[in-house]
Each structure stands twice: as structure tokens, then as C-alpha cells.
Design a protein around this ligand. Structure first.
Ligand code: GLN
Length: 536
């Protein structure tokens, strides 16, 4: 397409209605019609990025290839579209203001008074257009975080208003609202939707499409009513009914003709019907499992599923790939100790120790790993999970009594995990870890090599500490093999145990690269190992 088109997704009535999933589903449908699409998230908070946010605040921090620490919605974008995102795909109010203030300090505004309109809104528009520049994409879908009416999102809505005015039908707004069902009267209610569209209109934005999240089907009369009150055509009132899995949503949106309505509204000639054969095959395998395995996920944010979003989604992809149901049992690392471990981890077909920071729950993770190692249960460790596997092996196999990471115990006699050289001089917390994709070379003939089927790989990172190479030889000799290394910096990236059916741990985060189209081989193989373990 000659010119990039811009689609905005706003939300009304309540948060957490699934703007990210609707945006991802629309992107998937447009891609399946042969268009090039990217999705961006604008977050109205003041943090420069979510990297400094506690998972309790905002769930998982997703990391891109170029090392951006981003909102977890970017994970959905990648899992649905199979198109990698980058720093430009997630912008926060903090970043916008920082850019404007930097310009002001440089004198770029030549004495002007710097204001929300036009300076902040111009910066927002620049960030949106940046993705459209160069004609790489036919569509840029921009999801505006938060809910209309929030003070924080006003500048974003204003930027949308201006872009609509400037671009005419190259710009379109989808408003996602909630149509609640009142059980007492047995009715779906449209009033909250009417009010939230009114709020949007107060800011000068007329939505083109209304997507209604609902637990019951919307009949035609109700669609007509919403259309009438919200100034859209009835076919632009789209139902988004609660579903079994988020991966059903692209098909539902196809059936509701969301993509067709969008294309018609933007006067884009309809090329072909979306080809979703592979997606449907994935869904079939997901919904018709021929067995079940139980994986224990040991972490410290178990009350909060969003904290491990990408890991849980990777298990869904890997389960479908193996055509088994993967039941993930969340186990709080603080509840694990030598007395409880047997009971808490019994009946598991695989154990995964999650990434994390700080000392809380660390001993429970180490105990869980000892259990997996000694009982020959398939084990996978990610980032801190790998570091704990190294500590456990040091303490219990090599006899390094107080072996630890210097993150938890700076005075340990056996600093088997230590801070990376380049990290020593860093004192700022935000955006300063070893972040993003780095190459790793895998030793041929190992399990890890078999998993990947190749020696040279690239995976995403987010850490400050690493395996201490001083201990390389002792570990190798004792049977923990350092099978993946980054040759440039000589960093250990993957370990595996010689005498164990499946014990692989990695310093990087494979979960950030698993998508519906390309389930991650580590997860796929780990689940396969769990199936074998269950049978035995
Ligand atoms: N805290 C560890 C480090 O910084 C592990 C980080 C992680 O698990 N993402 O190296």
C-alpha cells in the first residue's frame, strides 16, 4: 500500500477488557489478508518504561530483541502476529516528557512556551508516525493504555483527534467497551457504552467501530441501539464475547467481520479472505489434547498469573505442539523447604524455576532444583532459575557449602554466580541490565543442541549476574556442562546435566520468543520430556 494507515484502539467503561487481544487479533486478520502490520502501545504512566515496575504493579516486563523493557501486551502482539516488536512499539508518558524536556534544555523550541498542546501531542504523534515512516507497514495499530476519561490519557486522545483530522480516512478509531449483563433483570445494558462514547466525543473523537465485550450474545436490536446512540453503522458494532482461550479471538473477530469493516471504512480494496488455516490447526491441537502433563512453576509471584505471562503462554504453544494439555501448578518458592518439598512437588512431570530478583524465596527454588535433579524429574531453569541450578550443584554436588550468587550474598566464599564486569560501574536501575538479543553458540552433541537443531542461536536477556567462569572446570568435571556460551563476552548462557533425562537451564529468556506460529523449541522439548517422564 502506498501510504501507511493508522488504527487506534481506545478503551471505555473498565480496564482489562482486552484491548491488547483485540488489537492483536485485528493485526492477525490483516496479516492473514496479506498486509504488513505492526502494533504499538502507548502507556499513560510516568515511568520511562515498565522495567523498574514491580510485577505486582504491572505484571511481567516483556523484552524485545533490541533490548527494550516493555509492557506485557507487546508479548501478545508478537505471539499473535509473529512479527518482532522494538523500542518504538512501546512509549510511555515518561518517555514523551523526557524527550520534550531534553529538547527544551537544548533550546530547540527557540524561546516558545512549551505546552501539552502542541508540544507533548506533537511528540506523541511523532512516536506514532515513526512506525509508519519508510513504508514498512500498511497499518500501524496503536493501543492507547488506560480508559477514556482518565486524566492521564487526555494528551493521547487529543493526539488521536488531531491525527484523525489530519489524515481523514487513513485513520480509524476502534473503541472497546463493556456491555454488562445484569443477572437480576436478565438484560445486557448499553448505557455504560453510550457514556464512554460520549466521553470520547467530549474530546472530539468519534469512534468508527465499537467493540463490545460481553458475556452474552448481542442481538440485532441491541446492536442497532448502540449504533444509533454512538453514531456508527450497525455493522460497525462488533461483539467480543468471553471465550475459552484468547487464541479464539481472531476467529471470532473474523466471524464478526471486524477486519472487513475496518478495510471498508478506510476504503482499502479487499484483497483476499484471511488465511487462518495454520491458526485453526493450532486451535484444534490445543482443544483436542491426547493427554495431560503437570508442570510445577516455582516462583514468588504465584498469586499473579500476569507476572509469568510469557512463560504460561509458551506452555500453551508447547502443549498444542505436543497435543497435550499442560497443567501448570504455581508453587510459591517461599513455601518450599526440605520438609515440604516432597509433598509440594509430588506428581509433577516437570519443574520450571522462574526468573526473578532478590533473595526472597531463593532457598525454596534451590531446594526444588535439588529435588528435580535427584529424582530425575525434567527440569528447566530460566535466568535466576539457571543461577539457582548452578548454586544448588555447587552446594550439593561440589561441596561448596555456602555457594551463592553475590546478588544474594556478597560475602559468600563460593561466588559461583557473580555480577558481570560491565555491570559493576552501573548505579542507575532503569534500562541498564544486559538487555535484548545476544548470540549463543551451542556445543554439538548435547541435548541443548538437539533441542535447537543448530549451533548458533540468538535469545533475549535481562540480567546483571552471570556464571563465574572461575568455576568452569570443576562444574564440567562433576557433570554440569556449560553447553551454551556467548563467545564475544565469554558468558555461560546454557547449562545441562550429563546424567539426567532432561535438565537444561538458560541465562536468557526463551519465553519471549515463543509464538503461535513458532512455539519455542525449549518449551516444546521440555513438555515432550515431561510426557516421557509421566509414561515411565
Ligand atoms: N537477578 C538475576 C540477575 O540479575 C536474574 C534476573 C532474571 O531472572 N531475569 O542476573
Amino acid at each position: 500500500m502506498a501510504e501507511t494507515r493508522y488504527i487506534f484502539t481506545t478503551g471505555g467503561v473498565a480496564s482489562s477488557l482486552g484491548k491488547g487481544i483485540i488489537s492483536s487479533s485485528l493485526a492477525k486478520l490483516l496479516i492473514a489478508r496479506g498486509f504488513k502490520v505492526t502494533i504499538q502501545k502507548l502507556d499513560p504512566y510516568i515511568n520511562i518504561d515498565p522495567g523498574t515496575l514491580n510485577p505486582y504493579e504491572h505484571g511481567e516486563c516483556f523484552v524485545t530483541d533490541d533490548g527494550a523493557e516493555t509492557d506485557l501486551d507487546l508479548g501478545h502482539y508478537e505471539r499473535f502476529t509473529n512479527v518482532p516488536t522494538s523500542q518504538a512499539n512501546n512509549v510511555t508518558t515518561g518517555r514523551i516528557y523526557q524527550a520534550v524536556i531534553d529538547k527544551e534544555r537544548r533550546g530547540d523550541y527557540l524561546g516558545e512556551t512549551v505546552q501539552v498542546i502542541p508540544h507533548i501531542t506533537d511528540e506523541i504523534k511523532n512516536r506514532i508516525r515513526l512506525l509508519g515512516n519508510g513504508g514498512k507497514f500498511d497499518f500501524v495499530i496503536t493501543e492507547i493504555g488506560g480508559t477514556v476519561g482518565d486524566i492521564e490519557s487526555l494528551p493521547y486522545i487529543e493526539a488521536v483527534r488531531q491525527m484523525k483530522w489530519e489524515l481523514g480516512n487513513r485513520c480509524l478509531v476502534i473503541h472497546l467497551t463493556l456491555v454488562p449483563y445484569l443477572h437480576s433483570s436478565g438484560e445486557l445494558k448499553t448505557k455504560p457504552t453510550q457514556h464512554s462514547v460520549k466521553t470520547l466525543l467530549e474530546s472530539g473523537v468519534q469512534p468508527d467501530v465499537i467493540v463490545c465485550r460481553t458475556e452474552k450474545h448481542l442481538n440485532q436490536a441491541l446492536r442497532n441501539k448502540i449504533a444509533l446512540f454512538c453514531n456508527v453503522i450497525p455493522s460497525a458494532v462488533i461483539e467480543s464475547i468471553d471465550v475459552e482461550t484468547i487464541y479464539d479471538v481472531p476467529l471470532l473477530m473474523r466471524d464478526e467481520r471486524l477486519d472487513q469493516v475496518v478495510l471498508e471504512k478506510m476504503q482499502v480494496p479487499i484483497r483476499k479472505e484471511p488465511d487462518l488455516a495454520k491458526w485453526e490447526e493450532f486451535l484444534f491441537r490445543l482443544k483436542h489434547p491426547e493427554g495431560e502433563v503437570k508442570i510445577g512453576l516455582v516462583g514468588k509471584y504465584v498469586e499473579l498469573k500476569d507476572a509469568y505471562k510469557s512463560i504460561l503462554e509458551s506452555f500453551i504453544h508447547a502443549g498444542a505442539s505436543n497435543q497435550v494439555k499442560v497443567e501448570v501448578k504455581m508453587i510459591h518458592s517461599e513455601s518450599i523447604n526440605p520438609e515440604t518439598v516432597g509433598n509440594l512437588l509430588k506428581d509433577l512431570d516437570g519443574i520450571l524455576v522462574a526468573p526473578g530478583f532478590g533473595a526472597r524465596g531463593i532457598e525454596g527454588k534451590i531446594t526444588a532444583i535439588q529435588f528435580a535433579r535427584e529424582k530425575m524429574i525434567p527440569f528447566m531453569g530460566i535466568c535466576l532459575g539457571m543461577q539457582c541450578a548452578v548454586i544448588e550443584f555447587g552446594r550439593n554436588v561440589l561441596g561448596y557449602k555456602d555457594a551463592h550468587s553475590t546478588e544474594m550474598n556478597p560475602d559468600t566464599q563460593f561466588p559461583v554466580i557473580d555480577i558481570m564486569e560491565e555491570q559493576k560501574k552501573i548505579n542507575k536501575k532503569g534500562g541498564t541490565m544486559r538487555l535484548g538479543a545476544y548470540p549463543c553458540s551451542i556445543r554439538p552433541g548435547t541435548k541443548a543442541f538437539k533441542v535447537y537443531g543448530q549451533a548458533e542461536i540468538k535469545e533475549r536477556h535481562r540480567h546483571r549476574f552471570e556464571f563465574n567462569n572461575q568455576y568452569l572446570e570443576s562444574y564440567e568435571k562433576a557433570g554440569m556442562m556449560l553447553v551454551g556460551v556467548n563467545k564475544e563476552d565469554n558468558l555461560v548462557e546454557m547449562i545441562e546435566l550429563k546424567d539426567h533425562p532432561w535438565f537444561i537451564a538458560v541465562q536468557f529468556h526463551p519465553e519471549y520468543r515463543s509464538t503461535v506460529a513458532n512455539p519455542h523449541p525449549l518449551f516444546v522439548n521440555f513438555v515432550a520430556a515431561a510426557i516421557i517422564h509421566k509414561k515411565s
